[in-house]
Design a protein around this ligand. Structure first.
Ligand code: ADP
Ligand code: ZN
Length: 717
């Protein structure tokens, strides 16, 4: 493509982004990826969930002639994406096995008549001979392969149909192919490129960091209390609580319900119907909280999940990262919390042992446990696992926020090791602690453990702190654990060095049992309260509009867009258009409804005494709309005529639909205009003198405003 042409399409891409999606600028990499596709080159895009992959093919699809094909394996997501596009005024459709013949025929027809800019399609539909030859009669702008890692048998979501996609490059050698995924190690990446026959693809590998997700790990005790407090601090927000077992999801959901918290449960044991109902209720903001096994989440694109809790430690970091990644797709701050205790580790170890690949699974579990125990920035640990170096501490994890404090642990360690030694290395953690704390339990007395020297040597340390210390010693190799001998603790070579005073031990102070993850909000200012109050109202409005349109609320506007509206309070079309996420179609369809809601909110708050900039003029606007005259308004509010005229000018200039000609006639306006030209000034006193007092000050003010308005119009065109 010639240089001039490319520049032209770059401009067009920028325009499309605002016009259809309502965004002002591309995110890092998006612009380059789009440029690559517009140049006709192939691309491989690795970006984390929520990174903004869709824009990378949706924008070029709108810039280029013809129709874009988007191959996607997940039927539910297809529907969601197409609905999202339609809400933005983009002609798009999908084809998959969920549709009946009639629905499919309608899509074929729309393709034939070249109405569609994007077609989402499942690989099996795409790869029929008939459909492929139909495609050859059309102009294809680009081919996007979403969830491209499905092509690789190395990956975790292998889909055999995907391997047939290599036919595409053979049939359409000139059409650029863009492969996108959120998970792909080096092997999978190479597989994607080779199997899709990508031609000299440009590779875009974004950081996997999700800085908007806070990371918290706390000890797994009194979990229900912690969860209740966590939820109480985040009223009305959507979240997922992952549990290890099906039964766990059910009992947690009912405990929450007992406390009046609307929660549902989800696991693979439910009927397909029940599962889809729970999922829909969650997507549509009808049920905010789902207690689920990891079966939940695939195929959910809900952008306003505000938090994810792991009731139990997950079995590996890949899964953990994917699950917490379901929070905060809209890039707004979101919280993640994981409970961690030793019982879970034991349970997960036995699962791993029974799995087909015990060594691999155990190694992965170890890495997970290291993360849970990390004493350095958790995000660094997480990203290091994926081969990335953050280069600094994140400041948004519990370790960064509460750096661990070290204590001299030599005596503590010696007491524990001595107890283990004196019980012949035959007892598990719990018994060691009971002995150190002189619990007096029956089993202990029966075995005569109350006779050993270290019985009661650690009464001053609480049970949970002992547990933490022993876990630390375990991680530091100072003790070992025999999983095949009832989890008995064993001494190691290092333990002996400690016991014989040849080695010092550093331990860190266990966390205090305080409330986990206070909500981000600081003491709320009046300003914040105003913003949050409006946000609540707009969210309610969004929910109602979505229900009427039969789409999920986040497809009407994202949380991010509603937040910006709440902070900026746009009350004119002009101001509404400036909000990120408000494109042409949504402005047309929803703009006025939201503007009305914002106006009435401002006026209500004003009536309650809030001091909101522009609200006095807004009240004038509202009273005029209700048909009151300037005189009435002046009298009722004790305002001078002059100030109401300045309100009129203000409203007019801000772009409110105000007809100034109701207050000044054409001849008068014309006379003011002439006077401006004559005196080359818009100073009111000058004009008044020039007009020899024929026209009052207030009207001159309106005349000047009309003249200024015309100048602005002229500049624009
Ligand atoms: P992914 O497919 O990578 O998970 P999405 O394409 O769903 O991510 O994008 C995540 C969110 O970010 C969506 O709400 C999307 O509308 C928003 N988004 C994407 N690009 C931009 C941008 N340039 N400016 C603002 N928001 C954007
Ligand atoms: Zn950190």
């Amino acid at each position: 493509m010639a240089e001039a042409n490319l520049n032209n399409s770059k401009l067009k891409a920028q325009k499309v982004l605002k016009q259809y999606f309502g965004y002002d600028s591309f995110r890092p990499q998006q612009a380059e990826i789009i440029e690559t596709v517009l140049k006709g080159r192939d691309a491989l895009v690795l970006m984390p969930t929520g990174g903004g992959k869709s824009v990378c093919f949706q924008v070029p699809a709108l810039v280029k002639e013809g129709i874009a094909l988007v191959v996607s394996p997940l039927i539910a997501l297809m529907k969601d994406q197409v609905e999202g596009l339609k809400a933005n005024g983009v002609p798009a459709a999908f084809l998959n096995s969920s549709q009946n013949d009639n629905e499919q025929l309608r899509v074929f027809e729309a393709m034939r008549t070249r109405e569609l800019k994007l077609l989402y399609i499942s690989p099996e539909k795409l790869l029929t001979q008939q459909f492929l030859s139909f495609l050859q009669s059309l102009q294809i702008s680009l081919i996007a392969i979403d969830e491209a890692h499905c092509i690789s048998a190395w990956g975790h979501d292998f889909r055999p149909e995907y391997t047939q996609l290599m036919q595409l490059k053979r049939l359409f050698p000139q059409v650029p192919v863009i492969a996108l995924t959120a998970t792909a190690d080096k092997l999978t990446r190479r597989d994607i490129e080779q199997q899709l026959l990508l031609h000299k693809p440009r590779r875009f590998i974004a950081s996997f960091d999700r800085p908007n997700l806070s990371l918290h790990v706390i000890q797994g005790r009194k979990r229900l209390d912690s969860i209740l407090r966590f939820i109480e601090l985040r009223p009305q927000t959507s979240g997922i609580i992952y549990c290890l077992s099906r039964k766990g999801t059910e009992s947690l959901a009912s405990s929450l319900q007992e406390k009046g918290i609307p929660a549902a449960f989800y696991h693979a044991g439910l009927s397909a119907n029940a599962r889809s109902r729970v999922q829909q209720d969650f997507i549509n903001d009808k049920v905010p909280i789902i207690c689920a096994t990891i079966a939940f989440g695939m195929g959910i694109d809900k952008s306003n999940v505000r938090w994810v809790i792991h009731y139990n430690m997950p079995k590996n970091i890949e899964g953990y990262y994917q699950e917490i990644g379901r929070a905060g797709r809209d890039s707004l701050p979101s919280d993640t919390l994981m409970f961690y205790n030793f019982g879970d580790v034991i349970k997960l170890r036995s699962f791993a042992q029974e799995s087909g690949q015990p060594e691999l699974q155990l190694a992965k579990l170890d890495r997970m446990q290291q993360y849970a125990e990390a004493k350095i920035c958790r995000r660094r640990v997480l990203l290091a696992y994926f081969g990335e170096d953050l280069g600094r501490d994140c400041g948004n994890c519990d370790v960064c926020k509460n750096p661990p404090k070290y204590v001299d642990g030599t005596i503590i360690a010696q007491k524990a090791l001595s107890a283990i030694y004196r019980m012949q290395e035959e007892v598990p953690i719990g018994t060691v602690i009971d002995v150190l704390r002189a619990s007096g339990k029956k089993e202990i007395l029966e075995k005569g453990y109350d006779k050993i020297k270290t019985y009661g040597a650690g009464v001053e340390i609480p049970f949970n702190d002992w547990q933490s210390y022993l876990m630390q010693m375990l991680n530091a190799g100072l003790i070992d654990i025999a999983y095949d001998e009832g989890n008995a603790l064993k001494l190691t070579a290092a333990s002996k060095e400690v016991l014989f005073n040849k080695r010092d031990v550093q331990l860190y102070q266990p966390q205090k049992a305080k409330t986990p993850v206070e909500a981000a909000s600081k003491p709320r200012s009046r300003r914040m309260e105003l913003i949050e109050g409006l946000f609540e109202q707009l969210r309610e409005l969004r929910k109602n509009l979505a229900a009427r349109a039969g789409i999920p609320p986040y497809l009407v506007f994202s949380d991010a867009t509603l937040q910006e509206m709440s902070a900026e309070r746009p009350t004119t079309e002009l101001a509404m258009r400036d909000i990120s996420g408000v494109g042409d179609a949504k402005l047309r369809q929803y703009g006025h409804i939201f503007i009305e809601e914002i106006i009435s909110y401002i006026l209500e708050e004003r009536a309650k005494g809030a001091n909101i900039k522009g609200s006095t003029q807004l009240l004038t606007f509202e009273m005029l709309r209700q048909g009151e005259s300037l005189q009435d308004i002046a009298r009722k509010r004790g305002l001078s005529a002059a100030s109401l005229y300045t309100h009129l000018v203000y409203l007019f200039e801000q772009g409110y639909p105000i007809d100034l000609y109701r207050y000044i006639n054409e001849e008068e306006a014309h006379a003011v205009e002439q006077a401006i030209y004559q005196s080359s000034s818009d100073n009111l006193t000058d004009l008044y003198e020039l007009l020899e007092g024929q026209i009052q000050y207030d009207k001159i003010r309106l005349g000047v405003a009309i003249w200024n308005g015309k100048q602005r119009e002229m500049k624009k065109s």
